[in-house]
Ligand binder design. Structure first.
Ligand code: SAM
Length: 261
């Protein structure tokens, strides 16, 4: 039976947001609905996107002509825009297809007026088109924002994903996007060499990935707080021994759909 997650969200609070300036000087928002900021204030919005998601994934999936990225979820679009910024310099000939679910349609529509960092100046037209049409395409970049619940939207994706930026709100505030069942759906649309980046280091989340066959690694310390990298293949990174974690903490369990309401 299909599980209905709508009771986890509160659309009546969705419009209530506050601008916050983060420590790298870039701006993010605070969401009343999730009672959380879209980015870590200490790391900074742009720095977090680049150092936690874009650079570590790029370093593991280099030299591809064409890359498909799943950006969970679009939010203010920092991860998508930081990807365009980074690849423009490091790999200008790569073809990028970014697919990004997002529940909050009005947020995306409002982003044409968001005060982005100067690093995104070249993408003003892309931001405008995404705000209006939720998609953009030119000869090397394709972006699709899928407006709706990511739990439903990812099931409709019919291409294999190379990189996943797992950047939902925290597991406490946004649990439906952190369970074993969620990661199973992500695995189903992933290439065997997929690289998943996330800020979460929680054992219940690492187990939810591990029990789907993902290898778990410490994220490289790129001048930012720690995180996790996961892949269905072996990576040249420090591996987290999940069997040892289970042995040392027999009560630790993977977060599952049944645990959330
Ligand atoms: C932490 S923010 C993402 C920040 C974003 N990566 C950025 O760089 O700006 C989490 C986003 O997930 C969205 N979200 C939460 N639950 C969702 C769901 N079930 N389906 C789609 N989007 C969801 C929220 O509306 C919010 O925009």
């Amino acid at each position: 039976m299909k599980r209905d997650f709508s009771s986890l969200y509160n659309p009546s609070l969705r419009a209530q947001k506050k601008i916050i300036t983060t420590e790298d000087g870039t701006q993010t928002l605070y969401s009343k609905e999730f009672d959380e900021c879209y980015h870590g204030i200490k790391d900074g919005a742009l720095k977090e996107s680049l150092k936690k998601h874009v650079e570590p994934a790029y370093n593991l999936i280099k030299n591809r002509d064409s890359i498909t990225i799943l950006d969970i979820c679009y939010g203010l679009g920092f991860n998508t825009l930081a990807t365009l910024y980074f690849y423009k310099v490091e790999s200008p000939n790569s073809k990028l297809h970014i697919i990004s679910p997002e529940l909050d349609e009005s947020l995306v529509q409002s982003l044409k007026d968001f005060n982005y960092p100067k690093e995104f100046d070249d993408f003003k037209d892309i931001i405008k088109q995404l705000s209006k049409n939720f998609k953009y395409e030119d000869k090397s970049i394709k972006i699709d924002i899928l407006i709706g619940d990511a739990r439903d939207e990812v099931k409709k994706i019919d291409r294999k994903i190379d990189i996943i930026y797992q950047d939902a709100f925290s597991p406490k505030k946004n649990p439906a996007l952190w369970t074993k069942e969620w990661f199973k759906d992500l695995k189903n649309i992933s290439n065997s060499s997929v690289v998943l980046t996330t800020y979460s280091v929680a054992t219940s989340i690492r187990l939810a990935l591990y029990e789907n066959g993902f290898n778990i690694y410490m994220a490289p310390q790129l001048d930012i707080r720690s995180g996790t990298i996961a892949s269905l293949s072996s990576l040249p990174l420090e591996r987290v021994d999940m069997e040892l974690k289970k042995e040392r903490n027999p009560k630790a369990i993977a977060l599952q759909d049944i645990d959330i309401n």
